[in-house]
Structures are given as C-alpha cells and as structure tokens.
Ligand binder design. Sequence first.
Ligand SMILES: NC(=O)c1ccc[n+]([C@@H]2O[C@H](COP(=O)([O-])OP(=O)(O)OC[C@H]3O[C@@H](n4cnc5c(N)ncnc54)[C@H](OP(=O)(O)O)[C@@H]3O)[C@@H](O)[C@H]2O)c1
Length: 298
Amino acid sequence: MVLRLATIGRNGQTAQALAAVCARNPAIDLRQADRAEADLRDATSLARFIDAARPDVLINAGAYNLVDRAESEPGEAMRVNADGPLALARICNTLSLPFIHMSTDLVFDGSCDHACTEADAPNPLSAYGRSKLAGEQAVAAANADAITTRVCWVYSEFADSFVAKMIGIARTQPRLKVVSDQIGAPTYAPDIAHALLRLAQQMHGGQHNMPRLLHLAAPWTTSRAAMADAIMAESRRQGGPFAPVDPVPTATFDAPARRPLNARMSGALATDLLCLSWTAWDEGLKRSVAGVLGRHSG
Ligand SMILES: NC(=O)c1ccc[n+]([C@@H]2O[C@H](COP(=O)([O-])OP(=O)(O)OC[C@H]3O[C@@H](n4cnc5c(N)ncnc54)[C@H](OP(=O)(O)O)[C@@H]3O)[C@@H](O)[C@H]2O)c1
C-alpha cells in the first residue's frame, strides 16, 4: 500500500533529503510545499495545501532558521516557528491526521554533562531557541498525538548546509575562522529522512507506542572547527576548494545569538525504537562534499 506523505518545506535540507529517499521508494507518494504554496505564517494556505495533498502523514520540515537574525526579529521567528506549527497541529487534530513536527538542540542551554536526552529540561539561550520551544509546546498542547523530533547539526549535499557554506567561503577566502569550543553530533540529513519515514510508517499503522518527543541524532561528537577541517580535507581530496581552518573560541565572534557550547543530543531512544542506523561521519562527509562540488560544476 502506498503511503501518502506531505511536507511543509520543499527546498530545505531535510525536505530535499526526504525527496531523495522517497524517490527510491515506490511505496511512498510524497507531496511537498514550498513557502509560496504553504506559508507557516498563513494558516489558510496550510489548510489549503493539506486539503489538496490529502496525505496519510504530515511532516513540518519548514522553519525560520536564521538563528542570529531572530534576535532582532523575534516576532517573525515566533510566527513561523510557533504559530505555524500550532496551526498545523490543530488542522491535523481536526482531521485525525498523524503529524510530525521538527525542532532543535538549541532548545537546550548546553549545561548537560551528558548528551541531552528527551528527559532533560530545555532552557533556550536565544530568540530562535525560544521560538522553537514555543512551537514544541504549542504542538503538544494542541495535538496529543503529534510527535516532535529534535535534530542537531544537520549536514548533507542539499540546500545551504554547513558543508556548502564552508566550501563556499573557501572559494573566496584564504583561511576559515571556525569555532572550536562548540561541540555537537553532526547528523546526515538522509539519515534523518529515513528516520522520519520510519516514524511516519509507524504512525500511519495506527498501533504505535512512540513517545511524543524523539531526538534524531547520530552517536558521535565533534567540534565545528574539526567538522570544517574534515570538510576542507575532503574537498581538497575531491579536487574542490581548500582553505586552512583557524580554530577560534566562540567568544571571539560577536554573534548576536548565544549558542550552547555543548550541543550534544542523544539519539539512543529513537535509534532503539525505530531500529535506525547512522551513516558514518566520513562516509556522509564524502557524499556531501561530492554533492556540493557536483552542484557547482553542473
Ligand atoms: N539544519 C540544522 O542543522 C538544524 C539543526 C537543528 C534543527 N533543525 C530543524 O530541522 C527542521 C528542518 O530544517 P532544515 O535545516 O532542513 O531547513 P533549512 O534547510 O534551513 O530550510 C528551511 C525550510 O523552511 C522553509 N520555510 C522557511 N520559512 C517558511 C515559511 N514561512 N513557511 C513555510 N516554510 C518555510 C523553507 O521553505 P522553502 O522550501 O520555500 O525554501 C525550507 O524548506 C527545522 O525545524 C529546523 O529548525 C535544523
């Protein structure tokens, strides 16, 4: 039986990774709306898209993701990241439509002495983090069956990923300054897509025992600077641009938004419940760099 899946968001990393994964799976019929078709700031456009797509499961892969800019436009971040998901949760509740929402490690303040689990208390440091937490809470209050997945440090060959950003900067700058004291779990977007798909299949089956909050994170840790270093080494290996990485402390950047130094999240619960496997970091990196370089040459 074909599963009809719909996503809010079409051009983002997760949305594109889902499209790539679903394209190889004839049992999935995927409909995706970009923000022109379904705008999280416009509940009517969301309802119209859902009505036309008639999905079995809806995934919200759209968000206001400009972490620094959110400090100066917190209202806009709230509209997209809290009011929009609330509208989706209400529509899905009315239609008894299974709903998967997406959130972030930035709901945490980094004070965990372990990789944060679903049981740890959030305490966002930024306007973006507060808007995402408000979205999680609004979804949970409006729709008891909705599931929120938190992801962190997503990377891939798609959209404006960290890989594309680093390679883009290396095309024009002789050296890259990257923070070395922020650590997290780089997670390959296609792995997140597979996890969302598995979750959607379980929810569509009806009889599932899934918790309403799940962390989708790979089981390794690195720093932003080490990540950039590895991207540069792989880019050079594949004949792409290279620039040496200067590791610097977060404090040297005057970024408007505060970010937790420890952004580690544990994906153990979801890995166990959904039988997930995670693409090894060096393999995901190879594919991501190849995809980004291919895009540029194509
Ligand atoms: N990337 C990360 O490292 C990371 C880390 C933690 C959490 N997350 C969370 O993961 C989820 C997916 O993020 P991502 O990185 O895949 O996205 P992304 O690459 O940053 O792309 C943003 C997506 O949001 C959509 N969007 C933006 N404004 C919108 C609006 N007003 N109405 C409807 N859609 C709108 C965009 O629509 P278009 O298709 O029209 O461009 C695009 O599909 C989000 O909830 C994000 O907060 C991501």
